[in-house]
Ligand binder design. Structure first.
Ligand SMILES: Nc1ncnc2c1ncn2[C@@H]1O[C@H](COP(=O)(O)OP(=O)(O)OP(=O)(O)O)[C@@H](O)[C@H]1O
Ligand SMILES: [Mg+2]
Length: 239
């Protein structure tokens, strides 16, 4: 196992995010510091509403924090401006959304191709990579279907394929197995395992004990604050 080697692929320093909801302020994330190292699969757990999705969104460049710094691949993400910000985000990390976030008017394969196409890759090659990614989640037979024609678990796997094309070094996944049966959960854990085995890192928000058991480390969140983690016993890690 290569956990702990090199510098963190994700580093959060005293990150805070407060939502204004009418006249009420919700401190969704409060002073969170966390490092995820190459070779590490970290499970982020905690009750509904404790701030997991907010923390992942802030980590992935989808939601600017009110305070603190987010460093992805050694670069302070929110200090980048304009095109460089988007490019760094696109190239450094893959994001699996809790609600899948697929474009309804694009087929499965077109959804997966989108990131590569935005990055300027020729359409034919982007399509080949997308089909390979769909194959890795067992979905090549539904590549030409629209999200509305897929089951929840199939949509979730399209979202996972999209996040994993291009083999990003950092994968941020929000409940990636919430809609999956145990066979597909194991296959997704296998894919995340390949990312970390290749020196990448994954931070996965989850309620799923199978995911927690496969993680090298579990961090607990409660009311926007990270509490103690549990270091997974060496034999407990899936690989
Ligand atoms: N856009 C928003 N505006 C206002 N409050 C929000 C917004 N998004 C989330 N919240 C609040 O912030 C807190 C954290 O929400 P978040 O979605 O991060 O929790 P979570 O841990 O991911 O929950 P779950 O396990 O249900 O997905 C909750 O109290 C939630 O109601
Ligand atoms: Mg959530």
């Amino acid at each position: 196992m290569i956990s702990g080697s090199g510098s963190p692929l994700l580093k959060l320093d005293s990150v805070g995010k407060t939502y204004a909801s009418g006249s009420v302020e919700v401190h969704a994330v409060h002073q969170v510091s966390l490092s995820v190292m190459p070779g590490e699969l970290v499970a982020l757990m905690g009750p509904s509403g404790c701030g997991k999705s907010t923390l992942l969104s802030v980590s992935g460049g989808l939601l600017r924090p009110d305070s603190g710094t987010v460093t992805v691949g050694g670069v302070s993400l929110y200090d980048l401006a304009g095109a460089r910000f988007h490019e760094h985000r696109r190239r450094s990390l893959g994001f699996v959304f809790q609600d899948f976030n697929l474009m309804r008017t694009l087929t499965a394969v077109e959804n997966v191709m989108l990131v590569d196409e935005l990055d300027g890759m020729p359409r034919k090659r982007a399509r080949q990579r997308a089909l390979a990614a769909l194959r890795s989640v067992g979905l090549d037979d539904v590549a030409e279907r629209y999200p509305g024609e897929l089951s929840g678990g199939q949509q979730q796997r399209v979202a996972i394929a999209r996040a994993l094309t291009g083999s990003p070094r950092l994968v941020l996944a929000d409940e990636p197995t919430g809609a999956l049966d145990s066979a597909n959960t194991r296959s997704v854990l296998g894919l995340l395992g390949e990312i970390v085995a290749a020196g990448g890192a994954c931070l996965v928000a989850t309620h799923d004990p199978e995911v927690a058991a496969a993680a090298h480390r579990v961090v607990q969140m409660l009311d926007g604050v990270l509490t103690e983690g549990r270091a997974a016993a060496v034999g407990e890690a899936r690989r």
